[in-house]
Design a protein around this ligand. Structure first.
Ligand code: NAP
Length: 258
C-alpha cells in the first residue's frame, strides 16, 4: 500500500482550487485535481505541482452529476489506491447576477445543484469509502473540508441563490461533522472572503473600491494561496479535537465593527 496520503480537490484546475492543490502538494499529499471543462488549466496546476517536486493526477468530472461523482471516486481508488482528504471546492456564481425578485428557477437549480447538493452527496459517498478504509486499517483518519463563502451569512440580494447554496453548505459541514466523528473523520468549513480569481474578475472595480474604503480590516484582496494555507493546516491535522469548525479566510470581513 502506497504510504503517501491522497487529497481529492474538486474544481482544482483554477483559482482557489489551484491554490489548495498547490498547498496540499507542498504538505506531501498526492493531489487528485478534479476539473469540469478546463483541461488546460488543470494541466497547468499539475505542472506547477510537479515543478515543485510534488505529485498529482487529473480527473474530469462534473460534480453536479451523480454518475460523474461516482466515476471520480472510482478513479481515485483505482489510480491512487486511497482517499485521505476530500476538499469540496468546486462552485459557481450565478450565470447572471439578478435581483432577488428576478431570480429564475433555472439559475437557482443550477447553483444549488453545483454548490450544495453535489457537496452533500459527494461527502456521503467519500465518507463511506473513508470509513471502509479506516475499518480495514488502510488509513487511520480522514478529513472533509468544504469551501463555503462569506455569502453563507451575508445577504447579497443580487445573487440570492448563491447565498442560499453557501448557507446550506454550512449545515452540510455541521451534519457530516456530527455523523462522522465516531469514525475518526473530522469535517471543516473554510469560509473565504473576497478572493482574486476568475469568479470575481467581473466585479473587480466594485471590490477594489470597497476594499480601499475599508470593507475589510486587512485591506487587500485575498489570494488563492491564503485559502490553500488554511486548508493545508486542517488537512495535516492541526485541529484534531475540533470538528465542524469554521475557518474564516476573509481579511476580517466577518468582524462586527463600530
Ligand atoms: P473559479 O475561479 O470560477 O474556479 C471554479 C473552479 O470550479 C474551476 O476549477 C472549475 O473547473 C470548477 N467547477 C465549476 N463547476 C464545476 C463542476 N460542475 N464540476 C467540477 N468542477 C467545477 O472560482 P473560485 O473563485 O476559485 O471559487 C472556488 C470556490 O470558492 C467556489 O466554491 C466559490 O463559491 C468559493 N468562493 C470564492 C470566492 C471568491 O471571492 N473568489 C469567495 C468565497 C467563496 P473548470 O476549470 O474545469 O471550469
Amino acid at each position: 500500500m502506497n504510504g503517501i496520503p491522497v487529497a481529492l480537490v474538486t474544481g482544482g484546475s483554477r483559482g482557489i482550487g489551484r491554490g489548495i492543490c498547490l498547498a496540499l502538494a507542498r504538505e506531501g499529499f498526492t493531489v487528485l485535481i478534479n476539473y469540469n471543462s478546463n483541461l488546460a488549466a488543470a494541466e497547468e496546476t499539475r505542472d506547477l505541482i510537479e515543478k515543485e517536486g510534488g505529485s498529482a493526477e487529473l480527473c474530469q468530472a462534473d460534480v453536479s452529476l451523480k454518475e460523474h461523482r461516482d466515476l471520480l471516486l472510482d478513479f481515485c481508488m483505482e489510480t491512487l489506491g486511497r482517499l485521505d482528504v476530500l476538499v469540496n471546492n468546486a462552485g459557481i456564481a450565478p450565470p447572471q447576477r439578478l435581483d432577488l425578485l428576478e431570480t429564475t428557477e433555472e439559475s437557482f437549480d443550477k447553483v444549488v445543484n453545483t454548490n450544495l447538493k453535489s457537496v452533500f452527496f459527494m461527502s456521503q459517498a467519500a465518507a463511506r469509502l473513508m470509513i471502509g478504509q479506516i475499518e480495514h486499517g488502510r488509513i487511520s483518519s480522514a478529513a472533509i473540508i468544504n469551501v463555503s463563502s462569506m455569502s453563507a451569512y451575508t445577504a447579497s440580494i443580487n445573487r440570492g441563490e448563491y447565498c442560499v447554496s453557501k448557507a446550506g453548505l454550512s449545515m452540510v459541514t455541521k451534519l457530516f461533522a456530527a455523523r462522522l466523528a465516531e469514525h475518526g473523520i473530522n469535517v471543516y468549513e473554510v469560509r473565504p472572503g473576497i478572493i482574486e480569481t476568475d469568479m470575481t474578475a467581473g466585479v473587480k472595480d466594485k471590490y477594489d473600491k470597497l476594499i480601499n474604503e475599508g470593507l475589510t480590516p486587512i485591506k487587500r484582496w485575498g489570494r488563492p494561496e491564503d485559502v490553500g494555507r488554511a486548508v493545508a493546516m486542517l488537512a495535516r491535522g492541526e485541529l484534531p479535537f475540533s470538528t465542524g469548525e469554521v475557518v474564516n479566510v476573509d481579511g476580517g470581513f466577518h468582524l462586527r465593527r463600530l
